[in-house]
Each structure stands twice: as structure tokens, then as C-alpha cells.
Design a protein around this ligand. Structure first.
Ligand code: NAD
Length: 503
């Protein structure tokens, strides 16, 4: 933590439509992970500032919930246009503060943009149902009504996409929102928030508070917040789910992962190896849907040396440098944690096929770089298998049959994503049916669903039953009200001997 300094820009709070300087005495540096340059200082907002943001959101809800659905939708039509126009600028900020390559940063923004486009369709999404004549002269119908002030807490690894998973859908449904971005890289999120205000989101409908533990706990406890969306680690997500639920809120928490990809001997070899290298090491492995464990079945284990070769060929560099395949990890402490895990893998008997611990990145001696690192002979019980590494480290293991691979994956507590590479429809279908993981790729390494569907991680990777975007989140961000209605009309002559019975 540092004191605010006048030489470095400060990240602002957004309260009731105003971008304001925090009055806190606690600040944290936002640091470029390739250079250690301090880009900005982010405040740890005070309890009063959180209360002010929630109060603004509560006031704004009174009029926003009555705003016609077409008027809400049009703001998101405008917003998607502004994001497109500013894509390069947002991506450049994102690369500077997060480290991922510029193409990855644009992908981060683009996957969020897709959710904004979906929010612009809210008119066809927030529809109730109607059953005509459930009893004589009686209809029953449902209204999907907004629930009030909602909050979002986001991680460092997708500072564009994940905030955009949350506030556009919540607000399009008629709610108001308080966002708590990652304190490690809040600047690209704030650029997107500025564009949202420019697109016409009214004062108080979207608010932003920065901070860490205290602000998150304050959100979980606040009596005027009705729902909390969280994306981040399993440890923090479990805490948020428990604390928010105890305070009577809806909560959905998307959490950590260990994603296995199964390679059958009949897989398309070139496509598979390219996909594994990209999905294992892209974004320096800091994706919740990264392929972090490759399970070779039978003869496919012979491809290991070629996978190592592809991993070795990837270029580590600062994210804005042309040709970079992966950038640095987010912080020196993340790098130290990953290096310690690699060391544990060696000590626990895995074979270090490729050692990326000391890369030479010309021009960036202070960056948090780790080059692609690959283990074979990994087993459950080793820390590199049991823990989420969240770095450019790929574990590989070999099993005899598809059944063995399925049993291994189903025994792992995580259920975020998985995949199978094969040319056999029957094998792929068996995998799809028997695997107990919420998101499955068939010859697709990172199967994050487009917003026509919802993100559907499962088991240890998720708490709460509804996903963070798509159709499921409409139910998360609304209360279903069911109306059973009968109208009396003296001018309408009721059929003789008919009574309305409501049993
Ligand atoms: P994190 O859990 O450290 O932080 C997430 C948020 O929680 C941040 O806003 C942070 O300020 C806050 N926070 C951190 N520590 C806290 C504490 N002790 N009490 C209360 N709040 C706290 O996660 P991260 O390191 O930013 O992100 C990486 C993790 O997120 C990985 O585990 C990754 O798998 C996961 N993730 C999951 C998904 C998914 O959809 N399942 C998507 C992206 C990332």
C-alpha cells in the first residue's frame, strides 16, 4: 500500500454519475507487469464511499426499473458501438496493466462486447410466460422483474470481459449496479465504464468502488444489495458465497479450475498439438479455462516431444511487442508462487520436460516472465496437479483408455472446463455424456460459450446455480412474479351453470 502521490494518476470512483477522487488514506499501485512501471494508484474505498455508491444505486433503481425496455436496450446498442470504436485504446491499456498480448487483450474486450450486444436484445430475453384459461376465465402469467441493487466483484485476468459479463445484463434487466473491479488492473475496466456512461447509462445506475477485502466484505454484508456476482479464486469465492448468502443475498460465484484435455490416438495431430500449446500457454496460462492438464490416451503419448517442441517455440515478451505469444504474469508475487509450484513438481517426482523458469526477455529485465514450462508423469497428490497453478505451466499424464481419462477427470474436484480431441464421433459422444464437467469442448480447447448460451462451470468451480451471462443470468437478475388473474365483466354473459373454480 502507498499514499496517493501527485505524480501518478489516480483511479476514480464512480458514484451517482460522477467520477470522484476517493478520500481514503490507503492506495495501491497499478503496475505494468513487463516493466514494474507504476501506471496509476487505485484507492481502497472507505465504508462511507461504498455506502454512498449503494445509496445512489438504490435511489436510481426507483426510476430505472420503470424505464421502458426499448430505452434500456438502446443504451446498449450505443455502448457496443462505442466499445468497437475504442477497442484498440482499451486493449492497449489492458496490455499495459495486465501483461497479456495485444491480440489477447482485444479478444478480452471482444468477448465482453458480445455480452453487450446480447444485452441490447433484452427486449426478447426478459419475457415472461402466459398460460391461457388455467381455470375457467382465469389466466396465469409471469413477470421477470428487476430485483434492485446488484453488485459485481471481478478478478485480474479478464479486466474487460468479466466486468462486461456482469453490469450490462444486470442493468439491461432494470437493476442498478455497484462494480468492484480487480485492484490489480482497474484501468481498462474504468475505460469501459467511462464508455458506458457516455452511452447514456443514467447517474446512479452504474457505480464503481475500488478496493479489496474490506470493500468485498462490505458488499457481502450491505442490506441494500440484493445479489452478488463474483468471479475469482475458489478460496475467495467460497468466502463471498457464504458471507453474501448469510446476509440473505443471491450469490453466484465462478471460481478456480483445473481443466483437463484428453487426446485420443485418432485425433487430428497437427490441429490438436497447436490447440494444446495455445490453450495451455496463451495469456501466460492465466485463464480460468486454460488447458492445464493434458491426458494422453494410449499411443497419443508418443506426441509428447512434439508438444514440447511447440511449447519451446512460443515467444515470451512484453505484451505490446509484435510477435509475442505470451506476456508476463500479473505480479512478482504470482511469479514467486508459480516458481515455487514448479520446484515442488520437480521435488515430488514429475519430469520437467521444459523448464521456463529463467527466460531471457531482451529489454525487459524486470518483467514477471516465466516461459512455457511442461511436466510429464504428473499424478494426483502432487501439488502441481492438486492446485491451480494459473501460470504458463502445462502438466501432462498418460492413461491407457478413455474410461481411465474420464474417471480421472471426474475424480478431480474442479468442474470448469474440459475437452476431448478425437476424430471418433462415438468416443466424443461417450465423453460428452459421461464427463462431469460443466463446459465441454470437442476438438475445441477453450469452450467458453457465446452469450446465446451461459457460462456453465460446475462442481468445485462454481457456487450458485445460474451462470453469469446468457439466458441463465436473466433469471439471476430478476424475480419471477407469477400472476393468476380473473376479470369480471358484467357485459359478458357467463355460460349457464358454469362456476369458476380455483382449486
Ligand atoms: P481473487 O480471488 O484473488 O480475486 C478476485 C476478487 O476478490 C478481486 O476483486 C479481489 O479484490 C477480491 N479479493 C481478493 N482477496 C480477497 C479476500 N481475501 N477477501 C475478499 N475479497 C478478496 O482472484 P484473482 O487472482 O484476481 O483471479 C484469478 C482466479 O480467478 C483464478 O482462480 C481463476 O481460475 C479464477 N477465475 C475464474 C473464472 C470462472 O469463470 N470460473 C474466470 C476468471 C478467473
Amino acid at each position: 500500500m502507498t499514499q496517493a502521490s501527485h505524480t501518478v494518476p489516480t483511479v476514480k470512483l464512480l458514484i451517482n454519475g460522477e467520477f470522484v477522487e476517493s478520500r481514503t488514506s490507503e492506495w495501491r499501485d497499478v503496475v505494468n507487469p513487463a516493466t514494474q512501471e507504476v501506471l496509476a494508484r487505485v484507492p481502497m474505498a472507505t465504508a462511507e464511499e461504498l455506502n454512498a455508491a449503494v445509496a445512489a444505486a438504490k435511489r436510481a433503481f426507483e426510476s430505472w426499473k420503470k424505464t421502458p425496455i426499448g430505452a434500456r436496450a438502446r443504451i446498449f446498442l450505443k455502448y457496443q458501438q462505442l466499445i468497437r470504436e475504442n477497442m484498440k485504446e482499451v486493449a492497449a491499456i489492458l496490455t499495459a496493466e495486465q501483461g497479456k498480448t495485444l491480440p489477447d487483450a482485444e479478444g478480452d474486450v471482444f468477448r465482453g462486447l458480445e455480452v453487450v450486444e446480447h444485452a441490447a436484445n433484452i427486449g426478447t430475453l426478459q419475457l415472461g410466460g402466459l398460460a391461457n384459461n388455467v381455470a375457467s376465465g382465469v389466466d396465469t402469467y409471469t413477470l421477470l422483474q428487476p430485483i434492485g441493487v446488484c453488485a459485481g466483484i471481478t478478478p485480474f485476468n479478464f479486466p474487460a470481459m468479466i466486468p462486461l459479463w456482469m453490469f450490462p445484463m444486470a442493468i439491461a434487466c432494470g437493476n442498478t449496479f455497484v462494480l468492484k473491479p480487480s485492484e490489480q488492473d482497474p484501468m481498462s475496466t474504468m475505460k469501459l465504464v467511462e464508455l458506458a456512461v457516455e452511452a447514456g447509462i443514467p447517474p446512479g445506475v452504474l457505480n464503481v468502488v475500488h478496493g479489496a477485502v474490506d470493500v468485498v466484505n462490505g458488499i457481502c454484508d450491505h442490506p441494500d444489495i440484493k445479489a452478488v456476482s463474483f468471479v475469482g479464486s475458489t478460496r475467495v469465492g467460497t468466502h463471498v458465497y457464504n458471507r453474501a448468502s448469510l446476509a440473505g443475498k443471491r450469490a453466484q460465484c465462478m471460481m478456480g479450475a483445473k481443466n483437463h484435455v484428453v487426446v485420443l490416438p485418432d485425433a487430428h495431430k497437427e490441429q490438436t498439438l497447436n490447440a494444446l500449446a495455445g490453450a495451455g500457454f496463451g495469456a501466460a496460462g492465466q485463464r480460468c479455462m486454460a488447458s492445464s492438464v493434458v491426458v494422453f490416451v494410449g499411443e497419443s503419448a508418443r506426441w509428447l516431444p512434439e508438444l514440447v517442441g511447440r511449447a519451446r517455440a512460443l515467444k515470451v515478451n512484453a505484451g505490446h511487442e509484435p510477435g509475442a505469444d505470451l506476456g508476463p504474469v500479473i505480479s512478482p508475487s504470482a511469479k514467486a508462487r508459480i516458481l515455487e509450484l514448479i520446484e515442488s513438481g520437480v521435488e515430488e517426482g514429475a519430469t520437467l520436460e521444459l523448464d521456463g523458469r529463467t527466460p531471457d526477455v531482451a529489454g525487459y529485465p524486470r518483467g514477471n516472465f516465466i516461459a512455457p514450462t511442461l511436466f510429464s508423469g504428473v499424478r494426483p497428490g502432487m501439488r502441481i496437479y492438486d492446485e491451480e497453478i494459473f501460470g504458463p505451466v502445462l502438466c501432462t499424464m498418460a492413461v491407457d483408455t478413455l474410461d481411465d481419462a474420464i474417471a480421472l477427470i471426474n475424480a478431480n474436484p474442479n468442474g470448469n472446463g474440459t475437452g476431448v480431441f478425437t476424430q471418433s464421433g462415438a468416443a466424443a459422444r461417450k465423453f460428452q455424456e459421461e464427463i462431469d464437467v460443466g463446459q465441454v469442448g470437442i476438438n475445441v480447447p477453450i469452450p467458453v460459450p457465446v452469450p446465446l448460451f451461459s457460462f456453465t462451470g460446475s462442481r468445485g468451480s462454481k457456487l450458485g446455480d445460474l451462470g453469469p451471462y446468457g439466458q441463465q443470468v436473466i433469471l439471476f437478475y430478476t424475480q419471477t412474479k407469477t400472476v393468476t388473474a380473473r376479470w369480471f365483466d358484467d357485459d359478458v354473459v357467463a355460460p349457464v351453470n358454469t362456476t369458476i373454480s380455483l382449486k
